[in-house]
Design a protein around this ligand. Structure first.
Ligand code: B16
Ligand code: MG
Length: 217
C-alpha cells in the first residue's frame, strides 16, 4: 500500500529550468560559448558542477577547479536573482491540490531534488509546510540515477521504499526511483519517459484515486 510520495522539484512542481537556462546563458556568453535551449535539456536533473562541465565541453574549454567553482558561484548568483522574484503563481497546475489531497489521506510527502536552492524555492512558492521531509542537493553525495536521494527521503519519512511513489520529469530521476525499488510516475512525454511505470503530462487531470488504480494493475 501507498504510504509516501516523493517529488522532484524542477519540472514537477515548478519550471525553474527556464531560470537555470537564462543564468547559464549569461555565463556562457561571457565565456564566448554558444549555449542554446536545446543544450539546456542536457542539464535537467543534473548537479550545478556537472552542468558547468557540460557547458565547457560544448564550448571545448578546460578550466581549473578554482575557476570552475568561481563560475558556478557566479551562475548561482544570477539564478538566485530570478528565484527571489518567484511566487505561488509559478506552481505548476494541479500539483498543489494533489499534494494537499495526499496530506488529507495521511500519505506522507517529501521533496527529492538535486538543487541546493530547493528550500528557498519552496519558501518562495509558499509550500514548504506541505513537505514532511526535504532532501535536496545539500543532503546527497550521489547524483541521480543513484537512488540515494529517494532512499534518504523514504528513510526520513520512516517508510519502506516499496510503499513510496516518485514523481519525476527526468530520465535519470526515473532510473533513480527504479534503483530505489519505488513505483515511478513520469511527468512529461511518454516517448522520452517510457521507463516509468506510468506517464502523465501533468497533474491537472490527476488525483489519488487514479494513482491507486494504476498501481493495482
Ligand atoms: P542548483 P531537480 C535540478 O533540479 C535541475 O533540474 C538542474 O537543472 C540543476 O542543475 C540542479 O537542480 C541543481 O540546481 O544549482 O539550484 O543546486 O530537477 O533535481 O529538482
Ligand atoms: Mg527535475
Amino acid at each position: 500500500t501507498l504510504k509516501a510520495c516523493l517529488f522532484d522539484l524542477d519540472g514537477v512542481i515548478v519550471d525553474t529550468a527556464r531560470y537555470h537556462f537564462l543564468a547559464w546563458k549569461q555565463l556562457a556568453e561571457q565565456l564566448g560559448i554558444d549555449f542554446t535551449e536545446e543544450h539546456n535539456e542536457l542539464l535537467k536533473g543534473v548537479s550545478r558542477m556537472r552542468s558547468l562541465d557540460i557547458i565547457l565541453e560544448i564550448g571545448g574549454k578546460t578550466l581549473s577547479e578554482e575557476e570552475k567553482t568561481a563560475l558556478a558561484n557566479k551562475k548561482n548568483e544570477v539564478y538566485l536573482e530570478y528565484i527571489l522574484k518567484m511566487d505561488e503563481s509559478e506552481i505548476l497546475p494541479g500539483v498543489k491540490s494533489f499534494i494537499t489531497e495526499l496530506k488529507n489521506n495521511h500519505i506522507r510527502v517529501a521533496l527529492g531534488s538535486a538543487s541546493k536552492n530547493a528550500r528557498l524555492i519552496l519558501k518562495r512558492l509558499n509550500i514548504e509546510n506541505l513537505f514532511d521531509a526535504v532532501i535536496d542537493g545539500n543532503k546527497v553525495s550521489e547524483a541521480k540515477p543513484d537512488p540515494e536521494v529517494f532512499l534518504n527521503g523514504a528513510a526520513e519519512l520512516q517508510v519502506e521504499p516499496e510503499a513510496c511513489v516518485v514523481f519525476e520529469d527526468a530520465v535519470a530521476g526515473i532510473e533513480a526511483a527504479q534503483n530505489a525499488g519505488m513505483f515511478c510516475v513520469g511527468i512529461g512525454d511518454i516517448t522520452i519517459l517510457k521507463k516509468a511505470n506510468l506517464v502523465i503530462p501533468g497533474f491537472a487531470d490527476f488525483n489519488l484515486e487514479k494513482l491507486q488504480a494504476c498501481m493495482q494493475e
